[in-house]
Design a protein around this ligand. Structure first.
Ligand SMILES: [Zn+2]
Length: 173
């Protein structure tokens, strides 16, 4: 097999100081996969693919067990953006997209909020105290409530007074 020089973009050629064998396998896979038929991958390539997919899982992109009939050429799905993606390279491109980054940020915020510990009893007590104090200061008294109720009653009387023509209008509303 003769093949031209593999095309690598400058970003990916940077040396990774914490590079391990895993990284190499994944990188190998990514560099060669475009020209390799997935059905005859070597064991190493399969491992590289698996590692690449595990990494994508962290970005909520997973391989479709069954391809969608609408996107038969798409192997992957971004569960955050609900976007079908053709292959691993496409997935890496997708990860760099603005909307995916935004969705990831929102997902992380949501996860953080869900992971918040429940309030302690001291926190609950402090909150109750604050609320009761606020109600004492700002809330309406029984006297206020009585006055307001009277105003409502008076207004209802006025509104319910028969006005010429209003009866038939209400029927149309
Ligand atoms: Zn996405």
């Amino acid at each position: 097999i003769s093949s031209g020089k593999p095309e690598t973009d400058k970003g990916s050629t940077k040396k990774n100081s914490e590079s391990t064998k895993e990284h190499t396998l994944e990188a190998d896979y990514l560099e060669n996969t475009a020209v390799i038929d997935e059905s005859n991958l070597t064991a190493e390539q399969q491992l590289g693919l698996k590692q690449a997919e595990e990494r994508l899982e962290r970005d909520y992109i997973s391989r479709l067990e069954k391809r969608s009939p609408e996107y038969t050429n798409c192997q992957y799905l971004c569960k955050l953006c609900l976007v079908h993606i053709e292959n691993i390279q496409g997935a890496h491109k997708h990860i760099k997209e603005k909307r995916h980054k935004k969705n990831i940020m929102e997902k992380q915020e949501e996860n953080e909020l869900r992971a918040l510990p429940p309030p302690s009893s001291a926190q609950l007590a402090a909150l109750s105290f604050t609320l009761i104090e606020a109600a004492k200061e700002q809330g309406i008294s029984d006297e206020d409530f009585r006055i307001r109720q009277e105003i409502v009653n008076e207004m209802e009387k006025i509104i319910q007074q028969p006005l010429p023509g209003i009866h038939s209008i209400l029927h149309f509303l």
